[in-house]
Design a binder for this molecule. Structure first.
Ligand code: PRX
Length: 671
């Protein structure tokens, strides 16, 4: 079956995926679902688009707990939206306090499964009820306050996937501090850059985190980050004056007197009484850094009420969340999926959210299926890259376990290829579970395009139809909607409550990146096609951002990391199709004169990128080249490099190429 791809034809984007299977929803599922029919979805969708403000206003009143009701639903001054103006609320109250006087108080909010030990001992298990989670959040919020953290202050969270990650996030939300979670796989340099960019006052970390039996030295990375200096010798992360350290692995670490404090010790000084801050709807909730097409990660920031409403509603309707569900989103809190669908969305619905600390194949490739069976997971939300890995490891691993508890499956992060969809449907879902292929982004805060289970007929590989209140369109260079089945750019016409409010500290970049490509609309950066039934088929990124294993990696970021190595003169990074990861990173590197292309250098450069950005960004393949193909004006012709990287014949217009021999040599070098 052909795979989705972007063909850079003169007209723009062509989708060559030709998938004609349709899976009708089961009557059984539909009868019990929150939204019961396609007609009901269409009616509600039409209403939401006809008068979005009325629609969102009604739901915000109905769904959220307000200290002060809002006066105006939307104040829109392109590109800045203010939702639910005049209202005051608190995310932690909506996720926790509101359940305390209800039967949900003693229900599991978080079920946590730790990584098994390397000697085969099973992982720890912890369950926190809503009441317990509330107490822990209040206590930790008081710890933050004791360290001078208040409304609007930024807190950097660099933790493994343990309940304390959610506790720290919710504690920030409770007092109006803004969290920025950094994935544990990022390096000291990345931590320092992020602290510097957002001016974080305090860092929350752990001594270490477990990953496939090894310990990730989180505290050591924080120490290194706090010691890093800029070119002028100034400490990069000078704003951070305190570090709270969770004891997780009991590994040896350095604690600096007066700066570093143990989480468990700090708790001794505080009570569990912490009144929530009454925050404006637009109070910033979090900043999450993501790759863009330039070298510097963007601090995408989200605010309080709109984000909460978006994640709450999508969690309920897309995952059809019910009180009895055991819902498992396999993402790390370091990514937006972990924010919206591991923590905020499920808890705002009073659901049970499962968290697993480790890797899917540790100690054996049946780890996920063991967990599904052990806890009776009913809803599983994971990424195509994981699904493809499971396929490769073989059906025998899921087949060893009873997966009958599953009733719904979800996918996110990249286009899911129909083969993987079918496998997920048959082998994991036993042919009975609908699959919700959810399209969204760090920037959108919540799911934008997705089937509603039990309602939307499914086509493997398509994210199907928009969520309520969302108006996506596929347009050409001029912003004019293209005919059905033609490829184009995916844009969103109107503001929506959970949309990003900006790039932290850089309003100009926000405008340039998202609001200028197609005038007066939000540009997603994705290529897309809408079929004759109006279904959306995402083709992939059309900017210089790659999607590697469901994570966005800016090619420019990896290039600047490579060029910062003393041996490197120039680097160009492109993607090549990869069976498991979707895309793999291929770096073409030219070395400074006098430096020899020794094989060891390859590994050194990969380690260098890991140090600069993190292991997630390590190139899969480094190719040394004498020169890179460039236009006469000196622009690297990535289009050609992509073809060389993929090992296909170099086609297309090469007339602007300055030196054709460069290309011949590159192709020969890769053979
Ligand atoms: O290219 C799209 C792809 O992932 C990008 C967003 O990445 P990020 O901000 O890291 O958020 C990932 C989790 C929401 C999108 O621009 N993407 C995400 N979900 C899908 C997808 N591509 C196709 N189908 C999806 N379901």
């Amino acid at each position: 079956m052909p795979k989705p791809s972007v063909a850079p034809a003169a007209t723009g984007i062509t989708s060559i995926l030709n998938e004609s299977r349709v899976f009708k929803p089961s009557k059984d599922f539909a009868e019990r679902a929150h939204i019961k029919s396609l007609a009901a979805y269409k009616k509600l969708y039409a209403e939401s688009i006809k008068d979005p403000e009325k629609f969102w206003g009604r739901l915000a009143n109905q769904e959220l707990v307000w200290f002060t009701p809002f006066k105006k639903v939307l104040q829109w001054k392109e590109p800045v939206a203010k939702w639910f103006v005049g209202g005051r609320t608190n995310v932690a109250v909506n996720c926790l306090d509101r359940w305390l006087d209800t039967p949900i108080a003693n229900k599991a909010a978080l079920i946590w499964e730790g990584e098994p030990a390397s000697d085969g001992r099973p992982g720890e298990e912890r369950i926190l009820t809503y009441k317990q989670l509330h107490r822990e959040v209040c206590r930790f919020a008081n710890v933050l306050k004791r360290h001078g953290v208040g409304k609007g202050d930024r807190v950097l969270i660099y933790l493994p996937l343990v309940p304390e990650a959610a506790i720290a996030m919710l504690a920030c939300a409770r007092i109006g501090a803004v969290h920025s979670v950094v994935f544990g796989g990022f390096s000291a340099q990345s931590v320092a850059d992020r602290i510097a960019d957002c001016g974080a006052k305090l860092v929350v970390t752990a001594d270490g985190g477990y990953r496939r039996g090894a310990i990730v030295q989180l505290k050591k990375n924080v120490d290194d980050a706090l010691n890093l200096r800029d070119a002028q010798g100034k400490a990069l992360a000078a704003s951070a004056t305190a570090v709270i350290v969770l004891r997780r692995c009991y590994n040896d670490i350095h604690m600096q007197e007066g700066r570093d404090f143990w989480w468990h010790r700090e708790l001794e000084y505080v009570t569990a009484d912490c009144p929530p801050a009454k925050l404006e709807s637009e109070a910033p909730l979090f900043i999450l850094y993501t790759s863009g097409s330039t070298g510097k990660p963007k601090g995408i920031f989200h605010t309080t009420a709109g984000y909460l409403l978006g994640t709450k509603l999508t969690s309920r309707y897309v995952f059809d969340l019910k009180p009895e569900d055991v819902y498992w989103c396999t993402a790390d809190v370091g990514w937006v999926t972990g924010h919206s669908y591991l923590v905020y969305g499920p808890l705002a619905n009073g659901a049970t959210s499962l968290m697993y600390e480790g890797a899917p194949n540790w100690p054996e490739p049946d780890r996920f299926w063991r967990i599904v069976e052990k806890f009776g997971v009913t809803i599983l939300y994971t990424a195509p890259t994981a699904i493809r890995a499971f396929m490769k490891w073989g059906d025998e691993w899921p087949k060893k376990h009873n997966l009958r508890s599953l009733r719904l499956l979800g996918s996110v992060g990249e286009p899911i290829n129909p083969e993987a969809w079918m496998w997920y449907h048959e082998v994991i879902g036993g042919g009975r579970c609908p699959i919700v292929d959810t399209w969204w982004q760090t920037e959108t805060g919540a799911i934008m395009i997705s089937p509603l289970p039990g309602v939307t007929p499914l086509k493997p590989g398509s994210a199907t139809l928009p969520f309520f209140g969302i108006q996506p369109e596929v347009v050409d260079e001029q912003g004019v909607e293209v005919p059905r089945n033609a490829g184009g750019k995916l844009i969103i016409r109107k503001p929506w409550p959970s949309m990003l409010r900006g790039v932290w500290g850089d309003p100009e970049r926000f405008k340039q990146t998202y609001w200028t490509e197609v005038p007066h609309t939000y540009f997603t950066g994705d290529g897309c096609r809408q079929d004759q039934d109006g279904y959306f088929w995402i083709v992939g990124r059309i900017d210089d951002v790659l999607n590697v294993a469901g994570h966005r990696i800016g090619t420019a970021e990896v290039e600047s990391a490579l060029v910062s190595h003393p041996s490197v003169a120039e680097a160009a990074v492109v993607g090549r199709p990869d069976e498991l990861k979707g895309q793999a990173l291929v770096a073409f590197v030219t070395l400074k004169s006098g430096i020899h292309a020794k094989p060891e250098l390859r590994d050194e450069l990969r380690q260098h990128v890991a140090k600069e950005i993190g292991p997630v960004a390590k190139p899969d393949d480094i190719r040394f080249a004498e020169g890179l193909p460039k236009t006469r004006s000196g622009k690297i012709m990535r289009r050609l490099l992509k073809q060389v990287a993929a090992g296909v014949e170099v086609k297309g217009d090469t007339t602007t190429l300055e030196d054709f021999n460069v290309l011949t040599r590159l192709a020969q070098a890769s053979e």
